[in-house]
Ligand binder design. Structure first.
Ligand code: SF4
Ligand code: SF4
Ligand code: SF4
Length: 249
């Protein structure tokens, strides 16, 4: 029996909702899989040992920093789910600003705020065995991880950019029409949803390995698509603090 834990850190809960979306699959696997910890989804939760710990959200408070280490100690595999957990999330935009100034401006009682200065991906604190990308996390990828652990195989993850999926679909490139698109530096997996609806990819699946950020920026500049630092502003999003992106901002 595969024991599963589903944990929430700093996040909007959207990735956990993906588990409700796959409830039929989980029901069909009830003799092989047991959800042992899922505060959002059930009343009876036990924090013991887990074969797979799925973690939603970034590490944003001192308590979360301790908790992610505890989860690592009791888990065979730790899987980050979604942009917050893999990259720090939209909340990591604060990492590029003056934290104490922000807290003063946003809260009436800043003395009560006990956040860390930076919102970071869980991989900044512990070894992560697998990353499921997206905002929210792609549900087929969650199923792939669960089946892979049951079968004792490595989960599949596409290692190519959204452009490949886009071209397979026969979409015209939206950049030709003056729309910025991060497809060439973004991990595939979504089926190129946004370009298929004639809008640019804004990178929610996070960067591919060695993203050619400067090259894409040069292309945007040559096409006049970088007015008012537009390029930086679309990167300054869900995945701004991904290790491949943070140094380029
Ligand atoms: S990755 Fe997106 S959907 Fe998932 S918790 Fe973060 S903001 Fe919500
Ligand atoms: S529209 Fe975007 S994803 Fe599609 S080919 Fe052009 S750059 Fe790549
Ligand atoms: S096309 Fe880009 S922004 Fe749209 S769902 Fe896919 S990865 Fe996310």
């Amino acid at each position: 029996m595969i024991q599963i834990g589903i944990f929430k850190f700093a996040s909007c809960d959207g990735c956990q909702i993906s588990f409700f979306d796959i409830s039929d699959t989980l029901s069909n696997l009830e003799e092989k899989v047991r959800i042992k910890y899922f505060v959002e989804g059930q009343d009876d939760n036990k924090f013991e040992t887990f074969d797979i710990s799925f973690v939603e959200g970034s590490v944003s408070t001192p308590e979360q920093e301790n908790k992610i280490r505890e989860i690592r100690e009791v888990s065979r595999y730790v899987v980050s789910i979604g942009a917050c957990s893999s990259s720090g999330g939209i909340q990591s935009v604060r990492n590029f600003l003056d934290y104490s100034n922000l807290v003063q401006q946003v809260y009436t009682r800043p003395d009560l705020i006990k956040s860390l200065e930076k919102s970071k991906p869980i991989s900044d604190y512990i070894k992560v065995d697998f990353e499921i990308r997206g905002c929210p996390a792609e549900k087929e990828a969650i199923i792939e991880v669960i089946y892979s652990v049951i079968l004792g195989k490595k989960p599949y993850k596409p290692e190519y950019p959204v452009c490949m999926e886009c071209k397979r679909k026969g979409n015209p490139c939206v950049i030709i029409f003056g729309k910025p698109c991060l497809g060439s530096i973004t991990s595939a997996g979504c089926g190129a949803v946004c370009p298929s609806y004639n809008r640019g990819c804004y990178g929610c699946f996070g960067p591919v390995k060695n993203p050619q950020v400067e090259t894409l920026k040069e292309l945007f500049l040559s096409l006049g698509l970088n007015q008012d630092k537009f390029y930086e502003s679309i990167l300054m999003s869900f995945n701004a603090y991904h290790p491949y992106i943070r140094e380029k901002l």
